[in-house]
Design a protein around this ligand. Structure first.
Ligand code: NIG
Ligand code: FE
Length: 442
């Protein structure tokens, strides 16, 4: 089946023919990364080519293109369908490389605790934070977790996300962690929703304490359980492509993180880490030593560790929604731009940071951190795609011949508008694997 998109506005294809991930400010490269040729041909689930709209019209269109105010299907046939995109801009589908998709419950009460001066750690010590969500998630039925996950994937799609990394981490015992990963695997089979890439985050926190051990003993005995029981079960059941650890003073230590990552890697998992969220705890340094695929939060990492991580090929991920909801300052994203360090932006969707909107995160990058819209778009698509391998091996986060046909049609004719409407979705419609998945009417 062939789908032809004619009369597109600017196509931010992001294919410069050079190295990925891309580094530095990319705004000078607009001419190389955005095309005004207006036409895209999709063959089944893959982009066949990007070409002049008028040439494609003479090849595929039997009648006239017509006058349309909004993207419209203008020709259907057994082999070929043709759309008039009516001048709207096109981008790759967003790749949200850090989400905690599956959990149940509510943590709204914590906002007032924070406003009264309690820190994230103090709330956790009082039994709030991750522990609170672990109780509500364990208590939820499988069906409820699946339904929440499905609704959240629909929301992500509404905001133009076509691929999401999904972590477990609110089970914190072997059976509960496996249950979340099995749920994510089931959701990954649903057609017409974002594709999922699964990460085991059993080392998210100590499980809620029985009250019989000190916090440190509780954490160390949980690490032993992870190594002897939980990780082997995850590996045996093939439930995750990567493993993650919350490496932060007060949570998993550098030594514990290293031990868990080494065991995970020996079992074939890629390493993704939560590091330096609240202070420089040495997490970015460890990520570079381990040559982790990603090191996220990276808020307080020192420049020398960032430069080491650059050498080891670790992508640094800025989760800008989290400091936004916590009332913290934004991380130094610009220092990555200035030092040619590859970085990504992602939602970190979790009970404490409930956004699934990559355009909103793009707005924080552009309108709060001073990153240009093209560099931010690359950080939301092409760069995170380098850290996520699709099962079918197709490239994503870029629009070029041979890449998967995951793309967004925007509501306006300017590609920059992808990140300039923070409270609403700038997306008119989304194609996943060459098929229209989310179509709006405006
Ligand atoms: O990435 N900081 C660690 N984990 C999550 C938040 C978990 C929670 O507060 O429930 C994060 O922000
Ligand atoms: Fe996270």
């Amino acid at each position: 089946m062939r789908t032809v998109l004619l009369n597109c506005g600017p196509i931010a294809h992001l294919d410069h023919g050079g190295e990925v991930p891309m580094v530095g400010s990319l705004v000078e490269e607009v001419e190389n990364l955005v095309s005004d040729c207006g036409g895209i041909v999709i063959r089944d689930n893959t982009i066949e080519c990007i070409a002049e709209s008028s040439e494609l019209a003479s090849e595929y269109l039997t009648g006239g293109i017509g006058e349309h105010n909004a993207p419209s299907l203008i020709q259907t046939g057994a082999d070929t369908t043709v759309w008039n995109i009516s001048g709207r801009a096109v981008t790759p589908g967003f790749v949200d490389s850090h989400t905690h998709l599956l959990w149940a419950g509510d943590r709204s009460r914590e906002v007032m605790w924070r406003q009264r001066g309690l820190s994230y750690s103090e709330i956790a010590e009082m039994g709030g934070g991750i522990s609170h969500t672990v109780f509500s998630t364990r208590a939820a039925m499988d069906q409820e977790i699946l339904e929440l996950g499905r609704q959240r994937m629909e929301t992500a799609l509404h905001y133009g996300t076509t691929m999401m990394e999904v972590k477990s981490g609110y089970g914190l015992d072997t059976e509960s962690e496996l249950r979340l990963l099995r749920g994510a695997k089931e959701l990954s089979q649903v057609e017409g929703l974002p594709n999922l890439d699964l990460t085991w985050l059993g080392a998210h926190a100590a499980p809620p304490s029985t009250g019989t051990m000190s916090a440190d003993n509780n954490l160390q005995s949980y690490v032993e359980e992870i190594l002897s029981e939980q990780l082997p079960a995850v590996l045996e059941q093939g439930l995750a492509r990567s493993g993650d650890v919350f490496c932060e003073p007060g949570w998993f230590t550098i030594d514990q993180t290293e031990e868990i990552c080494s065991a995970g890697r020996a079992g074939g998992l890629e390493i993704r880490l939560h590091v330096d969220e609240f202070c420089d705890g040495g997490g970015m340094g460890l990520a570079s030593e381990l040559a982790a695929t990603t090191a996220d939060h990276a808020h307080h990492s020192p420049l020398d560790s960032r430069l080491d991580a650059k050498k080891s090929g670790t992508l640094q991920g800025f989760l800008l929604g989290t400091p936004h909801v916590m009332g913290d300052s934004m991380p130094p994203v610009n220092s990555c731009v200035e030092n040619d360090i590859a970085f990504t932006i992602a939602t970190d969707f979790n009970p404490n940071c409930q956004t699934l909107s990559m355009p909103f995160i793009g707005s924080l990058a552009v309108q709060r951190c001073g990153i240009d819209p093209l560099t931010a778009l690359v950080a939301a698509t092409r760069n995170p795609a380098t850290g996520i391998v699709r099962d079918d091996g197709l490239e994503q986060g870029v629009l070029k011949g041979g890449a998967v046909a995951n793309l967004n049609i925007l509501k306006t004719n300017s590609w920059e508008s992808w990140c300039l409407q923070p409270g609403v979705s700038p997306i008119h419609s989304t194609f996943i694997s060459g098929k229209p998945a989310g179509i709006e009417k405006t």
